[in-house]
Every structure is written in structure tokens, then in C-alpha cells.
Write a protein that binds this ligand. Structure first.
Ligand code: SAM
Length: 481
């Protein structure tokens, strides 16, 4: 099946086991990418030290925070509606304070406080450590704002509290910001320049998660393959690093290997990969370690060389095919997924056909597909006319989704008849008699519960499937258990 941003989790209020000594209540809602959900765990951790317990009951909150996304206009509209609702609630609960976090906070900055006056606090993605001061400001009746982007903040020293966790899978953030400057994308403006987190603190977090019973982690970043640790600082400043720093620098394939070796029974995933930065070393490291899952999220955005150039994606269609061929040669059972944008400025029917033919070549396992949404401040907004009519964008997006659906079905069917390791994450949404988990390729599998439990690694015989779900039966524990 096609995937859109997981609507079921958008706007989820996150809550966690509470500290008895804390006497204030924090309601925190998150929108957008996995990075935002991961950031909310950092925010909850910082505020737990300030006397806040999380709640998912809005009516009892002292502080309401919305972690926001700016990637498309629709995402911002959803948040605005929520803020209007919170603002209305404040009439009955004047002591309740409302804050905006994340990308929309960074993009709109003081505008929220000055023109719109619907929030008390505005905090950008690099300013969460300032929350104790900002909360004090609003407690004293002032508005508070910090949207300063940082050169080195990675929150490597903050142990995130795991909100709404299944206790089995967790995100571990490894880079922040993005240097790519794709012309459609607002991220470099809202999350700042790219910097990487100290590998030691990453390994410590992974070890800690294993000790707490977690069995799978996803290393997170806008462009994980660009990870580069040389003692701290922006990626773009690496060229000025000392010879010693350059000689001892850690790149993504080295980090991946360190993590795989640190916890050999922990499953490791990573997201997102950018084609221009994904090296053969990374693919070979994936092949060397069984615990690195065989699944690569490799957004391409378009199949047309002309559009890729206009998007400032720094690779061609042919180079992308070369990368796909390498992945298929080295990791024949690896799943590949995509992000695609339909209706980028000036996109012709021929460009769109190139996208469909690229999809036919790769046959992606799944994808996240979007109609182009012009974002203020991006290079595309400043230099290109948003000239594709909405109905054309929609029709092209529909064709992309239909093709993806067919490929997804074919990909899922390929697993039928095999015995594969599945990590149990929870009860199936459709039947409380069945477990739900994923194979290494990230395909969902369901099977009768028997005596297995959440967090078990189980060998499952895949008997049949729907378009995106494998249906099987457990035949024993896998050797990972
Ligand atoms: N860093 C990743 C990359 O560059 O491939 C993903 C970044 S973004 C958070 C997730 C996806 O949102 C992108 O891959 C792209 O498909 C989509 N997206 C970003 N900006 C968009 C826009 N202006 N209109 C429509 N979709 C957009």
C-alpha cells in the first residue's frame, strides 16, 4: 500500500510514566516527521526536571505544547486549527499556557506572538534546553521566545523519555539540520545547518535502550548518510578541521558498524537516506551485519533529470539507477522505499512519465507520495512559478499512488512461502488474537499469538498476504531471542 505520513499518529498526545514529586501537567502533541516525535521525547525529558508530568488529558494541562511541522501547507493548517482550539480553551482555563515548538515556530518566529497573539511561547528546534528559562518567563506573565538556530546543539547529553512507547522500538537521533538545499524544502530554514552527534553518546543511548528491553532502534536524521563526527560543529566546517580531527572522523558506515557491534542482537534501521550521499560502504556494512535490517528509505522525488536538477537534487536518474543496481547486487533481499513529489513547477507529462518509468525500474516496496506544496522562503518559491494546476497535480499523484500500490502488492507477495524473523511490536489492529510485527524489510506481518509475547523475535511462516500485510504462523523463536 502507499504510505502517507502516518495520519494515525499525527497529533498524538504523548504521555509517559509520571514522577510522584512532579506537580504540574504537560500536554504535548506532535505533528510531522519522526524527528519531531523524537524531539518531543527530549522536550518531555527536559521539562520532567522542571516539575512537569505528561498527560493526555487536555483539560488538566498547565502547559500545552504543539510540536509543529512546516513541510507542506496542509501540515501548518492542521496546527493552526489546534492552536485556535487551545486558545478558546484558555478562556475557561486562563492559567493554562500554550507554546509552539518545532519547524513552524522557527519559520514564523515572533509573528505568533505579535500578530496572531494565540500562544504564550515560541521555541525553535535548537532551543529546547532553554525551556526552563522560557517557562519561568511565561509563569511570570511574559511571552517567551527563543528561535536561535545552533551550530552544535544535538541534545546528545539529554536522555529522551520514551513517550507512548511500545517498549520494543525506539528512535535515536544522530544528526540535526540539513545542508542539501533542495529547492522545494523548508527544512534547512527551520532546522538549520547539518551537524552530527557524538558517536559515544549514540552508543550509550543504544546500550541503555537494550538494557531497558528495547529490541529495535532507528537511527534518525534528515540525511543520515551524510553523518560525520569530527569532534563537533557543522558539517560544512569539516574542511577547516585539524589533520587529527580529519584522521579520526567517523562517517555513517563506521557509525552503523559501531552500533551493530555494540548490540549484536538489537535490530538496527536508519532513515532517511539521500541518494547523493549513500555510499557503497554503507551497503556493504548492511550486508556484513545480520542485525542491520535490509530496508532502505531512498527518496528520489522525481524520475526526470530536468526536474531533479530544478529541485537541486544532486544526482541524475542514471546515477540513481546505478545506486539501485548496487543495492540489488549486494543486498538482493533489501526493501527500497521512496518519497515522491507530483507537480513540481514546470513538470510536463513527459517528466511525469519519467517518474512512472523510474518507479517501474525500481519497484519500490512502499512510498510516501505528495502533491507539490509551495513553501514560503524556499528557493522554488522565490525562483519558480507554482504553475501546475491543482487538478493536474492530483491526477499525477493518483497515478503515482496507483502504480505504487501495484508494486507494493508484488513486493509483499514475494515474501509469501518464506520463513522470516519477525519482531513482535503489539497486538494486530484487526484482531486481538493476533500479534503484529515486522520482518527485516519492514513489511508488517500478523500471526496467531499462541504463547509468544511483545518483544519476542519469532520465526514466522508467511502463508498469504493482503497488499501490504503478510499473514502467517509462528513456528518457533528465532536465534536472536
Ligand atoms: N531529508 C529527506 C530527503 O531530502 O529526501 C526527507 C525530507 S522531508 C521531511 C520528507 C518529504 O516531504 C520529502 O522527501 C518530500 O518528498 C516531501 N516534501 C518536502 N517538501 C515538500 C513540498 N514543498 N511539497 C511537497 N512535498 C514535500
Amino acid at each position: 500500500m502507499e504510505k502517507t505520513i502516518d495520519e494515525s499518529v499525527q497529533g498524538t498526545a504523548l504521555s509517559v510514566e509520571n514522577k510522584a514529586s512532579n506537580d504540574r501537567k504537560l500536554y504535548i502533541e506532535s505533528y510531522g516527521c519522526q524527528m519531531n516525535f523524537s524531539d518531543s521525547e527530549i522536550v518531555a525529558s527536559i521539562l520532567a526536571k522542571e516539575g512537569f508530568n505528561t498527560t493526555n488529558v487536555l483539560a488538566e494541562a498547565d502547559l500545552v505544547l504543539v510540536n509543529t511541522c512546516s513541510i507542506r501547507e496542509k501540515a501548518e493548517m492542521t496546527v493552526r486549527k489546534r492552536l485556535e482550539k487551545f486558545n478558546a480553551l484558555k478562556k475557561d482555563r486562563p492559567q493554562m499556557k500554550v507554546g509552539v515548538l518545532g519547524c513552524m515556530a522557527e519559520r514564523l518566529k515572533h509573528k505568533f506572538l505579535e500578530e496572531e497573539q494565540i500562544v504564550d511561547m515560541v521555541v525553535g528546534p535548537d532551543a529546547y534546553k532553554d525551556l526552563p528559562n522560557l517557562v519561568q518567563e511565561i509563569d511570570e506573565g511574559h511571552n517567551a521566545v527563543n528561535v536561535i538556530l545552533s551550530k552544535d546543539e544535538t541534545y546528545g547529553d539529554v536522555a529522551p523519555v520514551r513517550l507512548n512507547s511500545n517498549g520494543v522500538t525506539a528512535f535515536v537521533s544522530i544528526t540535526r539540520g540539513c545542508d542539501n538545499m533542495c529547492t522545494f524544502c523548508v527544512v534547512p530554514f527551520t532546522r538549520g545547518r547539518e551537524r552530527s552527534r557524538d558517536p559515544q553518546s549514540i552508543i550509550e543511548e543504544v546500550n541503555d535502550l537494550w538494557n531497558k528491553g528495547f529490541k529495535e532502534i532507528t537511527l534518525l536524521g534528515q540525511n543520515v548518510d551524510s553523518y560525520l563526527w569530527y569532534g563537533g560543529g557543522l558539517k560544512k566546517d569539516f574542511r577547516n578541521a585539524s589533520e587529527m580531527q580529519k584522521a579520526t572522523a567517523v562517517n555513517f558506515s563506521q557509525l552503523l558498524e559501531k552500533v551493530a557491534l555494540a548490540q549484536p542482537r538489537m535490530r538496527i534501521r536508519f532513515s532517511t537516506s539521500n541518494p547523493q550521499d549513500m555510499t557503497l560502504d554503507v551497503i556493504r556494512t548492511m550486508a556484513r551485519y545480520e542485525n542491520i535490517c535490509k530496508s532502505i528509505h531512498l527518496p528520489v522525488q522525481s524520475g526526470s533529470n530536468r526536474i531533479l536538477k530544478s529541485m537541486n537534487r544532486l544526482h541524475t536518474r542514471e546515477e540513481y539507477f546505478q545506486l539501485i543496481d548496487n543495492i540489488k547486487a549486494i543486498l538482493p533481499d533489501c526493501a527500497i522505499s521512496q518519497d515522491m513529489i507530483a507537480g513540481f513547477p514546470s513538470e510536463t507529462e513527459d517528466d511525469h512519465k519519467d517518474t512512472l518509468s523510474l518507479m517501474e525500474y525500481v519497484k519500490y516496496d512502499y512510498g510516501f507520495m505528495f502533491a507539490y506544496s509551495e513553501r514560503p522562503g524556499t528557493l522554488a518559491e522565490r525562483k519558480l512559478e507554482d504553475d501546475i494546476p491543482e487538478e493536474t497535480k492530483k491526477r499525477r499523484l493518483g497515478e503515482i499512488i496507483a502504480l505504487q500500490r501495484r508494486h507494493c502488492q508484488e513486493r509483499t507477495e514475494q515474501h509469501v512461502g518464506q520463513i522470516q524473523e519477525v519482531l513482535i511490536e503489539g497486538t494486530s489492529k484487526k484482531s486481538d488474537q493476533h500479534w503484529m510485527g515486522r520482518n527485516s524489510q519492514n513489511t508488517v506481518a500478523v500471526f496467531p499469538k499462541e504463547n509468544y509475547k511483545i518483544g519476542d523475535f519469532v520465526k514466522v511462516r508467511m502463508n498469504s498476504c493482503t497488499s501490504a500485510t503478510l499473514i502467517g504462523e509462528a513456528i518457533g523463536y528465532s536465534k536472536n531471542n
